[in-house]
Design a protein around this ligand. Structure first.
Ligand code: GLN
Length: 202
């Protein structure tokens, strides 16, 4: 059974642990380097990426997490966690840091300029069993993906003229990293966590 940590400095920790367990993993909160050493993969939850960036510094966790990620530890970032995995952040705070392990540009609070939160059914490549109920809360979207980044899902953002591209990118995979703009941990459907647990097993 893979042992998967949830970065527990701030944000949506308990729901991710429940979903990981529903997907057949052992889940553990990660707040310090020794706890990080004991996991095979890491979830970076939703919350507030500026606060999480600050707490990663205060708890001396930024460099240890960055090192594991650079060594290829599987990671899944949802919402604020997606922002923390990106190598470029738009509409961020000047002092906000990210791990930069997925070559992509994310825009913070991107949907929020129209509406703070919404839910919609989306198809996700690699997630079988039909549409997935995706919950977006002050969510980022992805504006650029670099080499080796696979787009797994898009959403109709309500803008016009995007029909050719199919809408805004909201889920990506790059090597051992998975990132979603939405919060799969807040619904009882554990298929996205199952996808990540299978990545960690693989
Ligand atoms: N808007 C938040 C941020 O920029 C993310 C929101 C979330 O994780 N639900 O970090």
């Amino acid at each position: 059974v893979p042992r998967i940590g949830v970065l527990a400095l701030q944000g949506d920790v308990v729901d991710h642990m429940r979903a990981l367990e529903a997907a057949g993993a052992e889940a553990a909160p990660v707040r310090r380097p020794a706890e990080l050493d004991a996991v095979d993969g890491l979830v970076i939850p939703g919350g507030e990426s500026t606060t999480m960036s600050k707490l990663l510094g205060i708890f001396d966790m930024f460099n240890p997490v960055k090192k594991r990620l650079d060594e290829g530890m599987p990671a899944f970032g949802s919402c604020a966690g997606m922002i923390l995995l990106a190598d470029e952040v738009l509409d961020g705070r000047p002092d906000q840091r990210s791990f930069g392990v997925i070559p992509m540009t994310v825009r913070r609070n991107a949907f929020g300029r129209q509406v703070d939160s919404f839910e919609t059914e989306i198809g996700i490549d690699g997630v079988a069993g039909g549409l997935f109920r995706a919950v977006f809360i002050r969510a980022p979207w992805v504006e650029r993906v670099g080499d080796g980044v696979e787009v797994l899902a898009r959403v109709d953002s309500g803008e016009t003229g995007l029909d050719a591209s199919g809408g805004r990118i909201v889920a990506v995979r790059a090597g051992a990293c998975l990132a979603t703009s939405f919060h799969p941990e807040v619904t009882p459907d554990a298929r996205v966590h199952q996808y990540f647990v299978d990545m960690v097993r693989g």
